[in-house]
Design a protein around this ligand. Sequence first.
Ligand code: HEM
Length: 336
Amino acid sequence: MKAFTTWLFAVVALAMVVTLSPAPAEAQQINPTAESVTEDALLEALQGGQMVDGRVSIPDELSSGLIKPGNKGWADRHGGLVRTLTAIAIVGILVVLVAFYVMRGKIRIDAGMSGMSILRFSAFERFAHWLMAGSFIVLALTGLNLVFGRSLVLPIVGEDAFGTLSTWGKVAHNYLGWAFMLGLIMSFVAWIAHNLPDKVDGEWIRQGGGLLKKGVHPPAKKFNAGQKVIFWSVMLGGAALSFTGVMLLFPDWAGGQSDWQFYQLIHGLVAAGLTAIVVAHIYIGSVGMEGAFDAMGSGEVDLNWAREHHSLWVEEVEGKPEYEPHAASSKAQPAE
Ligand code: HEM
């Protein structure tokens, strides 16, 4: 009852400034002071999905649209598609990773830890990676909250907490997009030269990257073929997300209603696909492979890890002073 009264008040207030168009296709601009609508007619329009257009005195004329039935129908149809495909992508990749873990277990360093470390990524590379990765993770979580929050998070945390969470989530999503773009550009600059296709990639793929069988170590340079796929997915997917995201942030630049709908659809679909790929990447870069995380943690990896996974890269950097292998524990030694 209370909700109904509040709603009725809102409708009455709107009736003072809002005019009705008879046909959904065209919104008429009627001077509301000369020809105001009756409350009943407005209620009927709201329920019947007619286009309701008002009058605004700010330069953004598009903001006068109150209800656009075409938009609502589009959101219902495509929102459902994005939701379904996102669920398939995320659940699908989790099932694949669990199956992979059950079959293969954690990928170990076959020769064991050597106790010697070698520099893998500079401070610049690690900063670029974590700027891109940290912002992407928050963007993905806040984006997923938009798609699934109402059905998955709201019932658990309640309306108040969900309202606060979603409001801050939206702010974070809007602003962290810029941090992601910066991290993306820095990573592109740092790694493009190492991610161009190479003839060793074919051999790496033929041997399944050595991921499927213990003791198999196909040669690879700084990045293997699997990592190149991750790199290009992140770069191209990230660029698509950035472009469509900016268009959605500044709809005036994007064009009209059909353009926003198109950008929204692409944004949702690319986000779903890239999130699934990134989940697989996070698994291999952390718990899935012994010694991998150090590359992005301290920047130094065990020499045996480097020889098993990136043998050609080790040969290439051998002899360069900054890549001189050193005792892994040397940093932890107390000063004499
Ligand atoms: C907690 C999350 C993450 C962890 C633990 C992680 C870990 C790693 C590690 C260890 C590497 C270096 C692999 C090597 O030495 O060869 C790496 C590289 C990379 N990461 Fe991440 N990462 C994470 C999140 C992300 C996210 C969210 C993105 C993209 C949005 C990303 C994109 C990349 C790219 C493009 C590379 C270089 C190519 C490759 O190694 O696949 N990472 N990451």
